[in-house]
Design a binder for this molecule. Structure first.
Ligand code: SAH
Length: 351
């Protein structure tokens, strides 16, 4: 007898599920029910789908699998931040829950490892192994929502794509995940509470603008001088600042959505007047906000946090030019859960 290769049922959208049931001689409505189990109720097994007949459940079992992630390991920081080791069916990524007084933010991964080579980021040391599937991204959000309810008595309020990977190098799957996250039949979250953070892939920024996406965009800039940016983010050679700026200008024209720049100030790299002036100049073409992020050390001799005076110089100059600017303290540093520190350090073993 021919062996049936089981398919991942969550790779099917609602229409495909409905069609599947029709081709099996059943009502399309079964498709809606199963969809609801999978995406709204977060079912991990066919057996738990109690309003579906036993025969149909058994039938689904023979044809499909539900590839569910497992949050396998949890570390809690002194500041309340929780870092998860997220076990996929083959590999492990990390996700982070960041609580503040009023919010809970989920920081999620989009790829296993990363193909970019930002010199200051721990994830760049793990080569890109694969893209995450939409459901694997969605599941990270669901798991953090559950943790937020359990530990902080409130639902998840915000999502940032600032975990492992470059979201715009896995654009289609990230988009599908966000569709589920914002869908009233999924988590029903507002896209305004979602930030996709990119190192700046011009072609994909244009695509996002053309697609009319409703979430927010953050760009990891770190330097507005090509030669400096190329040293610390070597792919800048392929996508230089002029191209990035053009794409961002297009983004702003299409979406009218302000651009956030993420920026770390390092000693001897960008803690000087020329760097500040270049940043101010770069910010001029569209409304911008600069987040000055604290550096999270990754055991590399090349980088160290700039002095407070250097940060103050950035803040003063940006404010003088009416550019909104915030200085962000890092969270979860003691458990290597802060930006750029996600590198599967716990070495979680896969069976
Ligand atoms: N690839 C995407 C998302 C992942 S990185 C991007 O580049 O935006 C998320 C954020 O952490 C980025 O702004 C990145 O520049 C920043 N980051 C990386 N390493 C860091 C470090 N060691 N300290 C502080 N921020 C870091």
């Amino acid at each position: 007898m021919e062996e049936i290769v089981k398919k991942d049922i969550r790779a099917l959208d609602k229409e495909a599920l409905r069609t599947f049931f029709v081709t099996q001689g059943q009502s399309a409505f079964r498709g809606n029910q199963v969809y609801e189990w999978l995406w709204q109720k977060g079912a991990h097994s066919f057996e738990s789908m109690t309003n579906i007949s036993k025969e149909t459940r058994a039938f689904l079992e023979t044809h499909f699998v539900i590839n569910h992630i497992r949050v396998d390991q949890m570390q809690r920081s002194n500041d309340g931040t929780i870092k998860n080791a997220v076990r996929l069916h083959d590999l492990v990524v990390e996700s982070v829950l960041i609580p503040t007084k009023t919010r809970t933010t989920a920081c999620v991964s989009s790829q296993v490892g990363c193909s970019l080579d930002c010199k200051f980021c721990a994830t760049s040391r793990l080569k890109r192994m694969r893209n995450l599937q939409p459901d694997e991204i969605y599941d990270q959000v669901v798991a953090i929502d559950q943790q937020s309810r359990l530990y902080f008595n409130r639902p998840l309020s915000n999502i940032v794509f600032m975990g492992m990977g470059e979201p715009l190098m896995n654009y289609n799957n990230v988009l599908k995940a966000i569709e589920k996250i914002t869908d009233p039949e999924g988590l029903a979250m507002s896209p305004k509470r979602i930030i996709v953070s990119t190192s700046g892939v011009p072609k994909m920024i244009r695509k996002m603008a053309e697609d009319g996406v409703k979430f927010k965009l953050a760009v990891s800039l770190h330097s507005a001088i090509d030669s400096v940016r190329t040293t610390i983010m070597p792919f800048n050679e392929t996508f230089p600042l002029a191209q990035l700026r053009e794409a961002l200008q297009f983004w702003y024209e299409k979406t009218k959505s302000r651009i956030t720049y993420e920026y770390v100030v390092w000693k001897g790299i960008n803690d000087n007047k020329a760097a500040i002036d270049a940043l101010v100049e770069f910010c001029k073409f569209a409304p911008a906000k600069v987040n000055l992020i604290e550096y999270n050390p990754i055991d590399d001799g090349m980088f160290s946090q700039a002095s407070q005076a250097a940060i103050d110089a950035y803040v003063n100059t940006l404010e003088r030019h009416n550019i909104t600017c915030t200085v962000r303290r890092s969270r979860g540093k003691d458990i290597d859960a802060a930006c750029g520190q996600l590198a599967n350090k716990q070495d979680v073993k896969i069976n």
